[in-house]
Design a protein around this ligand. Structure first.
Ligand SMILES: N[C@@H](CCC(=O)N[C@@H](CS)C(=O)NCC(=O)O)C(=O)O
Length: 205
């Protein structure tokens, strides 16, 4: 049986896999690592993922899949219903495009703020605080763009069917809020989209 090496809330990447599994009705065998205790940097986990990150899905033949969206793509392939990565060529491409846009435009400033400006990570690396703080403005700009994109009345990030791009977005927006970035403040369309996403049972996963 496959095993997910994971971490509890608020870690956004493992959460993406849990939400994906919940949408599909897959029960995960989840092993929680203690990130504060640095269990993800211990030798046994580095053997699963040399980059020392979670989540990692280990298959019954020992294969490790160690990138969040790749893990979700695998779950989608072995358990196609409901499809989260699109069904028509154009939907597949648009969902992929939006996953990349969200990871680059929204996740990146969030990650740089977390690593370089947040006290919780100060002992983990040399922080460049001014650079870190500058990401607050970049995140605001990204959220203004995201809000404008959603102003055309679509229900979800790509069209009217919930998909992987929504999962990638909601988890990073929650994490940004948790670390003090107020990503939804004054973003009316994004807020309406957010309410639709958090109303789904999978959001609790
Ligand atoms: N590119 C990876 C990033 C995963 C990631 O950043 N995971 C965080 C937890 S949410 C982690 O393991 N952080 C510890 C570290 O980067 O050292 C993915 O998308 O799966």
């Amino acid at each position: 049986m496959m095993k997910l090496y994971s971490a509890p809330m608020p870690a956004p990447n493992p959460r993406r896999v849990r939400i994906t599994a919940a949408e599909k009705g897959i029960t995960l065998d989840e092993v929680m690592l203690d990130l504060r205790g640095r269990e993800h940097k211990a030798a046994d986990h580095l053997a699963r993922n040399v980059l020392g990150q979670v989540p990692v899905l280990v298959l019954s033949d020992g294969t490790s899949i160690a990138e969040t969206v790749s893990i979700c793509r695998y779950l989608d392939a072995i358990h196609p219903e409901p499809p989260l990565f699109g069904q028509t060529p154009v939907d597949v491409a648009l969902i992929d495009m939006w996953i990349r846009r969200i990871e680059i435009q929204i996740s990146e400033p969030n990650k740089m703020f977390w690593r370089h400006a947040h006290p919780a990570t100060a002992t983990l690396l040399k922080q460049y605080r001014d650079f870190g703080a500058s990401n607050r403005g970049l995140l605001t700009q990204a959220m203004m763009w995201f809000d404008r994109e959603l102003s055309d009345g679509r229900a979800f990030v790509v069209g009217d069917v919930f998909n992987m791009a929504d999962i990638v977005a909601v988890t990073i927006i929650d994490f940004a809020a948790l670390i003090g970035m107020a990503p939804l403040s004054d973003r009316v369309n994004a807020e309406a989209w957010y309410k639709r996403v958090i109303a789904r049972p999978s959001y609790e996963a």
